[in-house]
Write a protein that binds this ligand. Structure first.
Ligand code: SF4
Length: 220
């Protein structure tokens, strides 16, 4: 079956796939993941050492103000991120006994934590089975025919059906790496792709770009 063959190739191509964010424990995982929204992991990794040195745990961050935190994280965008991190830690102190909750429902109750962030924290900090659908996972899984839903939650549910549960978290990292390195949003490197022979979208992006205005953004 193509899907299994595709997953086998991804596994062989990205044997060391894993989080590219640097973190240690649930608190750091939560904060780093919140900062990574619409920011590169590389940039997050630049700011978190000083951030975690100043506020090393939930209790410390809960005692900070957003204005104090913002200068540490402003290169990751949005002043709202600093506010959400502080507010999330305060909520963890008041509602969860100072421990980052280890389940998806409670994680999503925290300010600034949507389903994708919750899935990442659940998988990376707690070893939970989850598939976080970011822009790379969404695009690549649809190009490969692993999913065809038009919304993030739909794609997540379809991937959970076609991928064995123990592989959910790892497969998420395979798809991200493939999206970053080969199956990029614009000009995917189909000619260098190890899955090309199985991919229903082989060459499609190039054909589309060749037949339309090449400046059209955001195409799958
Ligand atoms: S063949 Fe092209 S579209 Fe298909 S997965 Fe590879 S890079 Fe992406």
């Amino acid at each position: 079956m193509n899907r299994q063959a595709i997953l086998d190739i991804l596994a062989k191509t990205y044997p060391d796939a894993g989080p590219e964010l640097n973190f240690n424990g649930p608190y750091e995982t939560l904060v780093a993941t919140m900062l990574s929204a619409q920011c590169t992991d590389k940039q997050v990794n630049k700011v978190t050492p000083a951030l975690f040195a100043r506020w090393p745990d939930v209790a410390a961050m809960a005692g900070a103000t957003a204005d104090e935190v913002y200068p540490y994280v402003k290169s990751c965008g949005f002043s709202k991120k600093a506010q959400n991190i502080v507010m999330a830690c305060r909520q963890i102190m008041t509602q969860f006994g100072g421990e980052v909750p280890g389940n998806l429902d409670d994680l999503q109750k925290l300010p600034g934590v949507g389903r994708k962030t919750a899935n990442v924290v659940y998988a990376n900090a707690f070893g939970g089975d989850a598939i976080a659908v970011d822009t790379h996972v969404f695009r690549v899984s649809k190009r490969l025919g692993l999913a065809d839903a038009n919304d993030v939650l739909g794609v997540e549910k379809q991937l959970m059906q076609v991928i064995d549960r123990p592989l959910w978290s790892t497969a998420h990292h395979w798809l991200i790496l493939h999206g970053r390195r080969v199956c990029t949003a614009r000009n995917p490197k189909c000619g260098d792709c190890p899955i090309a022979s199985l991919c229903p979208s082989f060459g499609a992006a190039q054909r589309r770009q060749g037949s339309t205005d090449q400046s059209a953004p955001g195409s799958l």
